[in-house]
Design a protein. Structure first.
Length: 348
């Protein structure tokens, strides 16, 4: 079945109304200990990748790098109620594996989880894979963008919150000496995470500077070379996963390392079919490809339901969906269980 949106439009306020968002701030003011309590009581997976060795992870670290645009809307990710509501729409699904975010996002999720449990609901964070984003200092559009310092989670704070891993990013611009600093930050972070017993998800990206900012070089030659660099960072690679964008000849990229890799999603396109097609092809590229880490194309899929988009990708990764099966599943899942939060969290 061909993808169709027709007159459907996801209403984030129906799923995540203002009164719940306001409760988060109240707890931040009056009951900060709730985050630590929730983190300590969360049931964690014994194995990050689960029984089939595959993962679907939602990326939620864009605003911290000065990125608010998705699609044609320049500030849509700057609306924290909308942004958080879309993340919750995905992560409250029992099927989707997990989320990666900055401290503010992860702490908001713990607070909402507390609110659900306080009224008799289940913990939606139990058994989820939760990753803490570490380096966000390479702010988009600033002169020091390639000097990507570690300004968010630390290995120690990730361990203290009982998260399941870290996420770090290495953007390599061959004409920028600032990339040389970033590669050392990343190597040191891998070592720090290893000492803390934290799994690292490393995102190496070859980029070039253009008039419109830094553009990812999505070609097989640059991807293979940076996979080789990333695989060797730190004193051991046994705790490292890679996150690599899809490109043509992806089987060559998949064969450039023995480390497990997640495919990256890229920007929002409105119609999810091209992204789904990339993931379907990517999952066939080799045994090193172990799932997907998706962002704007899932939590901001045009007018569509973020959970429906997420479950389509989840089906590709875990159930081997074809493109048609994934698109069908997306449209069948659209708009279901919109009361997952409001059935438990009611106005004060």
């Amino acid at each position: 079945m061909a993808y169709s949106i027709e007159d459907y439009k996801f209403d984030v306020a129906e799923f995540f109304p203002r009164y719940i968002f306001d409760m988060i701030t109240d707890i931040r003011v009056k009951s900060r200990e709730i985050v630590k309590d929730e983190a300590q009581s969360r049931k964690r997976r014994k194995n990050i990748a689960g029984k089939d060795g595959k993962l679907t992870i939602l990326a939620a670290d864009h605003p911290a790098r000065r990125i608010a645009k998705s699609g044609d809307e320049p500030l849509i990710m700057g609306d924290r109620l909308s942004y958080l509501g879309r993340l919750l729409r995905v992560i409250t699904s029992p099927e989707f594996d997990g989320i990666m975010g900055t401290p503010d996002i992860i702490e908001d999720l713990f607070i909402v989880n507390h609110l659900v449990k306080a009224d008799g609901g289940p913990s939606f964070l139990d058994e989820k894979v939760m990753l803490g984003c570490m380096n966000r200092g390479g702010l988009s559009g600033v002169v020091f963008e390639m000097d990507d310092r570690f300004t968010a989670f630390t290995a120690e704070s990730i361990k203290e919150l009982g998260l399941d891993g870290s996420k770090i990013m290495l953007r390599l611009e061959v004409n920028s000496s600032e990339s040389g600093k970033t590669i050392m930050y990343c190597a040191n972070a891998v070592n720090e995470c290893t000492k803390a017993g934290v799994t690292t998800f490393l995102e190496p990206l070859p980029v070039e500077k253009t008039d419109d900012g830094y553009k990812i070089l999505k070609n097989v030659e640059d991807m293979v070379k940076i996979v080789g660099v990333a695989s060797a960072l730190g004193g051991t690679s046994m705790n490292t996963w890679l996150k690599i964008p899809y490109c043509d000849n992806y089987e060559v990229v998949a064969g450039a390392t023995s480390l497990p890799m997640l495919m990256l999603g890229g920007s929002s396109k409105g119609n999810p079919t091209p992204t789904i097609t990339e993931f379907v092809n990517g999952m066939k590229a080799g045994n090193t490809i172990r799932g997907a880490l998706v962002g704007r194309n899932v939590h901001h899929p045009g007018k569509d339901d973020p959970r429906a988009a997420a479950l389509a990708i989840n089906g590709v990764v875990h159930q081997g969906f074809s493109v048609d099966e994934a698109v069908d599943h997306l449209m069948e899942s659209r708009g279901k269980d919109m009361d997952d939060l409001t059935r438990y969290i009611r106005p004060a």
